[in-house]
Design a protein around this ligand. Structure first.
Ligand code: TRP
Length: 329
């Protein structure tokens, strides 16, 4: 897949599950092709926060991505609002979007269902930004004529909507937009949290990317196990599932075998898991701190990314404007 786009909202720091499920596969893709990776601050406005807080979170997320291995010289890393062209494209796409399609988008449906459950008006507390969120997201993708969008399973529907909108636009105005594909990494679609359910902030079962070795140990120690002694064989469990995802393949196979045959205690397995997570996150934690100490340097990186993003967006928007009758032909 040669050209991909992905966006991450700067609302809440990403955790280990976000990294393994979505960020790491995206970084892998960015090494083999052309990737546009942006910090979705326009999207973050649907849940408003103070301006200073939004700015701080944008920088923090940029530092996190770079610390985790994003090469901002190769991939195009930018802040969404530095590419205001997406708002123009979003308006135009909105005019080929059936309103009913947005009624069925899952974030909006979840909000109206929650209201219904409380006996409230369906749209209470729902702003129009939340409602038309999938249109802006489609613009993020289509503006770069991306072929692929690496996303977690939860974002798949949004990419399907982007496909629908590209097709609707092209039907009306001619083949201008590239129809993108969702790329869902099959290997690590679901990263378990410390309670065994999908790792998610809303379950409070996550391990933070900035967790210190001690915090990692404490979180891992809370994984519930049965009481089998070390010598006894064990069923695959949350410790093993997480270890498979974070450890090197050989190490994972080794622990799998010791689970199957007996010969490892849960305490020992938790030590292995803690060490593997620390090996994964330790260097990034250090690098993140260095980057955050130089906000001007981060802003400079984002400004360079924005210039490249605008250069990519310009021809798409020009073609869209021509096709819709805004240019002079
Ligand atoms: N909606 C995505 C999320 O909540 C973020 C996002 C916005 C995005 N625009 C995008 C992802 C474009 C991929 C492509 O995580």
């Amino acid at each position: 897949m040669s050209r991909t786009v992905t966006g991450i909202k700067p609302t809440g720091r990403p955790h280990l599950g976000n990294y393994l499920g979505m960020i790491r596969p995206a970084l892998d893709l960015s090494r083999s092709g052309e990737m546009f990776c942006f910090i979705a601050d326009y999207h973050a406005l649907t849940v408003m926060q103070p301006a200073a807080e939004l700015r701080r979170r944008v920088l923090d997320l940029a530092a996190t991505l770079i610390a985790l291995g994003l090469d901002a010289g190769q991939a195009v890393l930018y802040r969404q609002s530095d590419l205001p062209e997406v708002c123009e494209l979003a308006w135009i796409l909105g005019c080929v979007t059936a309103k009913g399609l947005l009624n069925r988008a899952h974030a909006y449906k979840a909000a109206t269902a929650a209201n219904a459950a409380l006996g409230r008006d369906a749209d209470e507390g729902v702003n129009a930004g939340l409602f038309s969120y999938p249109v802006l997201m489609a613009a993020d993708i289509l503006i770069h004529r991306a072929q692929g969008v690496p996303v977690g399973r939860d974002q798949r529907q949004h990419v399907e909507i982007a496909r629908d909108l590209a097709e609707s636009f092209n039907r009306v105005y001619g083949a201008v937009l590239v129809v993108p594909e969702p790329l869902v990494d099959q290997r690590v679609m679901t990263v378990p949290g410390i309670d065994g359910r999908k790792m998610s902030k809303s379950y409070g079962n996550e391990i933070g990317l900035s967790a210190t070795p001690d915090e990692i140990r404490r979180r891992v120690s809370r994984i519930v196990t049965d009481s089998r002694p070390p010598a006894e064989p064990k069923e695959p469990d949350t410790i093993l599932s997480l270890y498979r995802i974070v450890a090197a393949d050989d190490d994972a196979r080794d622990l799998e075998r010791r689970y199957r045959e007996g010969g490892v205690g849960y305490a020992g397995a938790k030590d292995l898991l803690t060490a593997a997570i620390e090996r994964l996150l330790g260097p990034a934690r250090q690098r993140h701190a260095e980057l955050m100490a130089d906000p001007a340097g981060l802003q400079e990186i984002l400004a360079r990314g924005a210039a490249r993003a605008r250069a990519s967006a310009a021809p798409t928007l020009r073609a869209v404007r021509e096709a819709t009758g805004m240019g002079w032909g």
